[in-house]
Design a protein around this ligand. Structure first.
Ligand SMILES: [Zn+2]
Length: 153
């Protein structure tokens, strides 16, 4: 449990001491609506116990959490008819395990974010190519040719 100086909002929700739109629950986990959704219906699945990182969950908590994630995703597909439900877990902002279930369509916020990440992952290879001596020489030639055409202005 977190200390009194840093109350955990997910612990408070799990204990019924803070409000939440609860969609599904069992003895170990809850599926709730995110209060700052990336798309309509965006849910979070959280364990009742304060566990900072998802890989520190017990086997029973893991089974419960992923079962609620699966059921929640199917509810989202039925209710909002997205292309798919994106799932991810990070946990740096609120250190209580929470799995995002985000109804996703092409071009929406999260879809664009992951597309940008893919381009970022590809970029080191592209940038390494640009730094090769031959590529630098080609770039230099192109720019000097432009400079010559422009007559120095
Ligand atoms: Zn907590």
């Amino acid at each position: 449990m977190p200390d009194q100086s840093s109350p955990c909002v997910f612990c408070a929700i799990a204990q019924g001491q803070a409000p939440a739109q609860v969609i599904l629950q069992d003895e170990l986990s809850l599926c709730i609506l995110d209060i700052a959704p990336f798309s309509e219906g965006h849910c979070l699945v959280i364990p009742r116990r304060h566990v900072p990182w998802w890989h520190e969950l017990s086997q029973a908590e893991t089974a419960s959490l992923f079962e609620l994630a699966r059921r929640g995703a199917n509810l989202l597909m039925e209710a909002f008819a997205p292309e798919m439900v994106t799932m991810y877990a990070r946990g740096r902002r609120i250190p209580h395990t929470h799995i995002f279930l985000v109804p996703t369509r092409a071009g929406e916020v999260l879809d664009s974010f992951f597309n940008a990440l893919e381009r970022f992952q590809e970029s080191p290879g592209l940038l390494a190519g640009l730094g090769q001596e031959e590529r630098l020489a080609q770039a230099g030639m192109r720019l000097r040719a432009r400079a010559a055409q422009a007559g120095g202005h």
